[in-house]
Design a protein. Structure first.
Length: 187
C-alpha cells in the first residue's frame, strides 16, 4: 500500500490530536514522573490526578502516539515493580519495605533520565541533520498546546517533582537496574 491508497479522511482522523485515559494501581510520585517523561518522548502531553492509592493518567496526543506512550509507560511501570519485588527477596525482612520503595524510586528516576536524554537528543537539529524529527517535535508541541487550550483552558503547568533518593542499598540497586531496562519500543 502507498499513501495514495489510504483515504484522506482516514489520514486526518489518525493525525487528529485527542486525549485518552489510563489508570495504574500505583499512586506514588515516581509513577507520574515516569509517565510524564514517557509521554514527552512519544510526542504527547501528560496530565494526572491521583486518589485511592491509584494514579489516573490523561495522555494528550494523536491516537497512535497516545497508545504507544501508554503501552510503554505501563511496561516500564510493571517492569520496575517486578524488578523491585525480585530484588527485595534478597534482603533481610526488617529492611524489605524501605529497600522496595527506594529501589522503585531510584529505578524510575534513572529510567526517566534516560527517556529525557533520548528526547532532548532527538530534538536537536545538529544531531539529526538528515531527519525531520526536531521539526516534528516542534510542530507536535504546537498542536498539543492548542488542543489543551481548547479542551481545558489555562491549566497550571507543573513538571513532576524530582524524586529524593533513599539511604539503603535499594537506591544503588534501583539505579543499576534502571540502566538495564530496555527502552526500545516493545512488541
Amino acid at each position: 500500500l502507498s499513501m495514495m491508497d489510504v483515504p484522506e479522511t482516514q489520514i486526518k482522523k489518525d493525525e487528529a490530536v485527542g486525549h485518552s485515559s489510563a489508570e495504574t494501581k500505583v499512586g506514588s510520585p515516581w509513577v507520574r514522573f515516569l509517565w510524564q517523561e514517557t509521554c514527552k518522548l512519544y510526542f504527547c502531553e501528560y496530565l494526572y490526578r491521583s486518589g485511592n492509592h491509584r494514579t489516573y493518567h490523561t495522555i494528550v496526543g494523536t491516537a497512535t502516539n497516545s497508545l504507544a506512550a501508554c503501552q510503554m509507560a505501563e511496561y516500564l511501570t510493571d517492569t520496575i515493580v517486578r524488578l523491585a519485588n525480585e530484588a527485595k527477596q534478597t534482603q533481610p525482612s526488617e529492611i524489605r519495605g524501605r529497600y522496595f520503595n527506594d529501589f522503585k524510586k531510584a529505578c524510575a528516576g534513572r529510567v526517566s533520565t534516560r527517556l529525557r536524554v533520548m528526547r532532548q537528543t532527538a530534538e536537536k537539529p545538529e544531531v539529526n541533520n538528515n531527519s525531520n524529527l526536531p521539526m516534528l517535535y516542534a510542530n507536535t508541541k504546537q498542536q498539543l498546546d492548542a488542543y489543551m487550550q481548547d479542551a481545558w483552558g489555562n491549566l497550571g503547568k507543573r513538571t513532576a517533582s524530582r524524586m529524593q533518593g533513599g539511604t539503603t542499598n535499594g537506591t544503588y540497586d534501583g539505579r543499576t537496574a534502571g540502566d538495564n531496562i530496555g527502552l526500545n519500543t516493545q512488541v
